[in-house]
Design a protein around this ligand. Structure first.
Ligand code: CP3
Length: 353
């Protein structure tokens, strides 16, 4: 199982890029940086392109998804594109009734709560993923030497939306289910692992040079629950792409206690949220894992002098790890002044890697 020979990682377009060098613990020519949610409402060109098109329709219109993916790369000069899509796209493509409500997030027509609900979930087929592959091909043809990062939601985060049927604060539904009905939970985690794994694989095979698994809500779990009820499914999702030899990043929020467990499911790079300094994350991981992060999104609206000092602190703390890719500690808030993001990119690129 290898990538095609005309893939950007194989034909040399992205294999020596700052992002891939840092992900592979090699010294990059400059400190690479990209932003989670860099494509989105902070950009006026995004709001214009999205006008009149529902979120999931935009994701499944290949030329629109490609254009939105490219916008922040053109504007900010970041070291990677992140594919414009959503973690619920594999659900939608499997035929599940799911939508993204503006200002709310993913909402399902029918929550998935019982063993019978899980058993009736339709499988995601490879054919259904064609709009994803097509959008990735369009993006990669434009990006040239800039790598595209593909992504998927991790089984726990996806299952959390499926069980609750909507966003929630404490994720009581999935956390109860894994103890109250462990068989149903196991089946649901297996279904989401396969959907996520296929979504990742479609993006990597079509031209993405790296992939990130978002376990955004893993921080709501104890380490014991993570290890017993979640880690196996996340590893199973990554099994779909491991052999492709593209760097794999694993990110969640509030995961200071889970970092090593999240690395051990088979990630090359661990994304750290803003709560834990990178030198401490590096210590917890035994100083042998590449890190990504972790500018606090709250500081994007602080005076530049305050933000600059914070960014320099993140760069210094990241120096302790075998590799560091600069990012935020979570996504770009919609009201962020995009000029601030461009200025951060310039600052990071001006500093010795
Ligand atoms: O630059 C990028 O990162 C773009 C690609 C991207 C999106 N969603 C686009 C999007 C990625 C990587 C995601 C992942 C995603 N989606 C996650 C994991 C990352 C994280 O933030 O923790 C999660 C939990 C979701 C589910 C989801 N989708 C939420 C909670 C929301 C916000 C709803 C809202 O309106 O506040 C979405 C919608 C969404 N996904 C938007 C974008 C740009 C906003 C839609 C819009 O512009 O109307």
């Amino acid at each position: 199982m290898t990538l095609p020979l005309d893939h950007p990682l194989m034909d040399g377009r992205t294999s020596g890029s700052p992002l891939i060098d840092a992900y592979r613990s090699r010294k990059p020519s400059r400190r690479p940086i990209w932003f989670m949610r860099q494509a989105g409402r902070s950009l006026p060109e995004y709001r214009a392109a999205r006008e009149g098109t529902a979120m999931l329709d935009a994701c499944l219109t290949p030329d629109l998804a490609a254009e939105i993916t490219l916008q922040p790369v053109r504007r900010h000069g970041v070291d990677a594109g992140i594919f414009f899509s959503d973690i619920v796209i594999p659900l939608k493509l499997a035929g599940i009734d799911v939508d993204i409500k503006p200002g709310v997030g993913p909402v399902l027509g029918q929550p998935v709560r019982t063993a019978a609900d899980v058993a009736s979930l339709p499988p995601l087929t490879d054919e259904a993923l064609e709009p994803v592959r097509e959008a990735v091909r369009l993006v990669v043809a434009e990006l040239g030497t800039v790598p595209l990062i593909g992504f998927a939601g991790a089984p726990y985060t996806l299952a959390a939306y499926m069980v609750e049927g909507k966003p929630s604060r404490d994720h009581l539904g999935p956390r109860t289910m894994m103890h109250a009905d462990p068989q149903a939970w196991k089946a649901l985690a297996a279904w989401t692992a396969e959907a996520s794994g296929k979504f990742l694989r479609a993006q990597l095979e079509a031209g993405a040079s790296a992939a990130q698994l978002f376990d955004s809500w893993a921080g709501s779990l104890s380490l014991a629950d993570y290890e017993q009820h979640v880690a196996g499914a996340s590893a199973a999702a990554l099994d779909h792409v491991r052999g492709l030899d593209a760097p794999l990043v694993h990110f969640g929020t509030g995961t200071g206690e889970l970092l090593a467990a999240m690395r051990d499911v088979g990630a090359d790079v661990v994304g750290v949220d803003y709560r834990l300094p990178l030198d401490e994350a590096n210590r917890r991981l035994g100083a042998d894992t590449v890190l990504q992060g972790n500018i606090d999104p709250a500081l994007l609206s602080a005076p530049w002098s305050v933000l600059e000092e914070h960014v320099r602190g993140v760069l210094a703390a990241g120096q302790s790890a075998p590799g560091h890719v600069v990012n935020l500690g979570h996504g770009v808030p919609p009201d962020t002044d995009p000029a601030v993001l461009t200025r951060i990119v310039e600052l990071v690129h001006s500093v010795d890697p």
